[in-house]
Write a protein that binds this ligand. Structure first.
Ligand code: NCD
Length: 317
């Protein structure tokens, strides 16, 4: 990291995108950009040598957990993965007790994914280490929005001035929330597209354009970001049937034709092929950025780890 970088990201925690400034977001994206080649070459650096990173995942994850682990290993940190399924959480231990127990082993960074919104914020208040939010309920998923922004910036050259449609289950999506904050902060126009039942009640306060007709919502868009139906967060039926949902809101080539001819397709994964996205669109090499997003996830998480540890080091920790 350059000498000026830590003070441009003067935070010990990354809990959400809301409230981050364009300079802070830009600093993390620039750092991540510098790690793309390192990550592709599978180089191992010593930046986090002597530091311990703990992954604490209370919800399933494929991409986020493995990419945080790889990112920490590539920076030379010691990494512990706590599989909550095999832990004392199953014996009734509270989040705070679990976290305090782990904290007694002196981690420098705790990465947490939790079904409750605000869980990482609670830990950040109670613990002396850095905390990175790897997804809290339907609230925020800041590193996903950062890797999405890096993917867009590298492919389109800029984020400012683009029109981005975030489509599907916006109500239950932490990815949507973090992306709305980030994309607007960086000067993009954001639309949300989906049935009224899958829009958060306070959507008017997000400053986005709301569309319930998919084709209208996609017209003139540069980026089409699809979301999974988060069935695990729904207590009841939010759509009449998956078939009907897919008919009106699924992205296939015919639907994508409404967007700009050079529009690109994104999805944070995991995909539900044939529901929110067709296999043909998901696998279209020229237009689908889905695997690129996964690849840039490692570089982005390297940047986030480096930035918070630099702030710890500046504080003499
Ligand atoms: C997302 C998540 O867990 O919030 N996935 C991810 O982190 N790549 C989106 C989802 O689960 O649909």
């Amino acid at each position: 990291m350059t000498a000026s970088a830590p003070s441009r990201f003067p935070h010990r925690h990354i809990l959400g995108i809301e409230g981050m400034s364009p300079v802070e977001i830009g600093t993390l994206l620039d750092l991540a950009e510098g790690y793309i080649d390192v990550s592709t070459r599978k180089e191992k650096l010593g930046t986090l040598h002597g530091r311990t990173v703990m992954n604490l995942f209370f919800e399933d994850s494929t991409r986020t957990r493995t990419s945080f682990e790889l990112a920490a290993l590539r920076l030379g940190a010691d990494v512990i993965n706590m599989a909550v399924a095999n832990s004392s959480v199953k014996k009734g231990e509270t989040l705070i007790d679990t976290a305090l127990t782990l904290h007694a082993m002196h981690p420098d960074v705790l990465i947490i994914r939790h079904p409750n919104s605000g869980a990482p914020h609670l830990l950040a208040q109670k613990l002396g280490c850095s905390v990175i939010n790897a997804g809290d309920g339907s609230h925020e998923h800041p590193t996903q929005a950062l890797l999405d922004a890096l993917t867009i910036r590298r492919r389109k050259g800029t984020i400012a001035g683009l029109t981005v449609a975030i489509c599907g289950d916006v109500a239950h999506s932490r990815v949507a929330r973090s992306n709305i904050h980030l994309l607007q902060t960086m000067g993009a126009r954001v639309r949300v597209v989906g049935p009224p039942t899958l829009m958060p009640p306070a959507i008017d306060r997000f400053g986005v354009e709301v569309f319930h007709d998919m084709k209208k919502g996609l017209t003139g868009c540069d980026i089409v970001m699809m979301l999974r139906l988060q069935l695990e967060r729904m207590d009841g039926a939010f759509v009449p049937s998956l078939r009907e949902y897919s008919h009106f809101y699924g992205l296939d080539h015919e639907m994508l034709a409404a967007a700009k001819p050079d529009a690109l397709v994104m999805h944070p994964g995991p995909l539900n092929r044939g529901i929110e996205i067709s296999t043909e669109v998901a696998d279209e090499i020229d237009r689908s950025l889905i695997l690129q997003q996964v690849e840039y996830g490692v570089a982005t998480r390297m940047a986030c780890l480096e930035a918070v540890v630099a702030t710890l080091a500046e504080a003499g920790k």
